[in-house]
Each structure stands twice: as structure tokens, then as C-alpha cells.
Design a protein around this ligand. Sequence first.
Ligand SMILES: [Zn+2]
Length: 431
Amino acid sequence: MFIKEVAASLYPWDLADQTAEVCVDNLVEHSNVNSVYLVGVMHEEKRPLTSLFYTLNPVRKYYLPENSRVYYHVDGEDFANTKMKPAFTEREFLKQKDWLDDLIRVARKRGLKVGVEVSHTFYDTAKAAGEQPELLQKDVHGNAIPMFFCSNNPDVREYMKALFLSSVKCHDVDFIQTCMMLFNEGKPVAQPWFLKEKDPQNRLGHLLGTLKGGCFCEHCGAKARKMGYDWDKIKADLTKLADTAEAVLHGNIGQVMEAHLLLGSNLTDAGFLLENPSLYQWLEFRMRCVTELFSDIYGAVKAVKPEVEFRYNNYLTYPEYAGLDFKAVRDYVDSVRDSDYSEQTGAKDDFRYKQNTLLKIRRGIGCEKPVLAAFACRPNATPELIRESLKIVSTLGIDGLSLGHYDGATFELLDAVKEGMKNAGMEVCTK
Ligand SMILES: [Zn+2]
């Protein structure tokens, strides 16, 4: 089969420590990579993520990034209409360069596709929690949800649009990718202790878990009312339901029997939604908000450079519980990357989750738009698992592959990409 793209991510500190030339040449040589992108706005997360120490980095053993810094130039004027302003690195070794332009220069010389990623959080989450909690989503009891910004807040919406627009406007990129966090999807409610065999999918528990998520802020309330929803009823109904969900999570003795009867039963998630139309309406409201957000960002990107691709990097098990409906956003994305990394946990389900998710995305966005299957090329993946994974995804009509991530890879695992593609009869054809 033919695919168009083999993509790989790089971080600014990878480029600073190894040089962009060495990183890119390793990826091209060992893994057939023809597309590279800078994780240009990165959240606070220890790197490498899934192993203690770096494998290919000659300068440091590990790295602790700052919170949601922008590692390239953006135009300050683009942020004039929001009180949120981008923050840049304060680390001396990273101050010296525009890391996106550095990667673009090297990629263009080699004829590669090049892009930039805005990762999970696009603004300093610690600063927001301490100084600007009004930017954050609120749970049903009015508590701020750390790390999750509410895109219905006009400042947040404007900042998001400005960040995407400015990134594209100021740099010669082919695509801008994001795995930005959407509505907080809460925490799945566990099945009760007395069930001997638990359902690994626990769909009702995931649905109930959303009641611990967001958002119930004043901006969401105003928007919902404007859309015609009875927000007061929704909020009152969901406050009661959230108490049932909390009974399981926190052992509220008053409602524990009711919660156990519910989760011990085989009522479907559809059955529960039929009983609770307010929950359905709230989930639908969130989905309409995320669709509008995608439309706004897509419009902002296309207004400055229509040829630049807007790519969503899906990391959600149940995107619908974060407000994302792939069918609804199909006109506002150009491609989707699915960031399943089953290889690093031994693919105990024989890649079933990966297959289901890729087909779910394909069903949503249609056959005209590219879907890229990600895979882990970092410990504890093995060359065998990578080869097996590529063989399976080669049967699923994918348009590209995407490595996750070079900063934890070994040459053995990078070589397995090339071998796996050959074994699976997968060739890169960009025509
Ligand atoms: Zn809100």
C-alpha cells in the first residue's frame, strides 16, 4: 500500500543538544521520515516520558521543560485583544534561537514536509491557577479545574485563535498540529467491588465520570442559554447526578446503594442518557462548542495561509466525552493523527484499541482527509511489536505514520520502522 507521510516530532532541546541536522538525518535514514514537526508549545512534562534517561542525547540525561512556553517567534500584535500573552523560555540555552525556523531550515534543505505542534496546554497552567483562575473550566460545584482552560471564555478563545494564526503567519510551515485539551472529561467511575469480572471498557463509568468534568462556568452558561438550552435545569439535574457519581468515588454513604445498583447493572450508556436528557443536552452543548472552536481556529489559519494544513492529534479514548465529534468537525480539520502508543505497553489487546480508534476517526472525517497512525518507538516497545503494528495499520486505509517520539527512541527501534514498512508492503508516495 502507499502512504503519503512518515512524520516525527522533535523538541527544541533535542535540536539544541543534538542539532537539527543530526536529529532529522537520523529520522530520514533509519525510519523513512519525510515530515518533521517541532513541538513548539510544550506542557510541563519530564522528557523522555516513558524511560528514565535519554537514549540518543549526548548532552543531558533528562530534561524538565518549563510550563507551556512558546519556542518560536510570534507577532505580539496578534494578541492585542486578549489579556493572555504568550510566555517564552527563560532558559539560557534555549533563548538563542527561533527553534521552529531552525527546524524549517534543515527540513527544507532536505525537501521534507515541516510543521509545528501546539501541545496539550497552550498557556502557563500554574500562572492561570494562581493569578487568573477565571480562565479555567469549572466543575458542577463551581471549583476551577486545574490545567483546563475554558474556550468559551472570550480571552481564551481569542488567545487560541491568535496563537494558531500567528504561528502560521510568521513561519514557513506546511501544517499546524494540536492535541490541545478540550472539555475536561472527568474521571471514569469504577465498577463496584462485588462484580467478580469487570468490563474493561466500563462505558457507563466513563459516561458518569464526565459529571466530574467541565464546564459549568458563567461563559458556558451564557452561551448555552443563547443556544436555547435550559441551563438552570441542566445544572440542577447534573448536580444531583454528580453526587451519585461521587458516591462511588468518595464513598458518600447516602447514595452508595443507588450508585452500586446502577454500576452493578447492565444498563447501557444509551439507556442512562435516555433516563437523563439533561446529561445528553450538556454533552451535546459541549460538542457544539468544540465544533465552533475548531471552526474558529480553522478559519484563523486559513485566513492567513489557506494552503497550511490544520491537523488534530487525537489522544482521547472517548473524544465525545471531551466534546469532540469527528463527524461534526470534519469540515474544520485537514487531517488527524491518532496518538495511540500501545506498542510501549506490550499491545496486550493485540492492537484492538488502535484499530477501533483509527476506524472511528476514519468514519468521522471521511475518506478524503488523511489519517495518520502513530506508534511508539520508545521503551518498552520492541522491534517485533513495531513491525506487527505497522502490518496491522497497513490494512486500515491509513495515509501516513507518525513516530512517538524520537527523544526516547533507540536506533534499533527506529530501524524497525523501515523494516516494518518493508514487511507490510508500505511505500511512501507523495504524488
Ligand atoms: Zn466554561
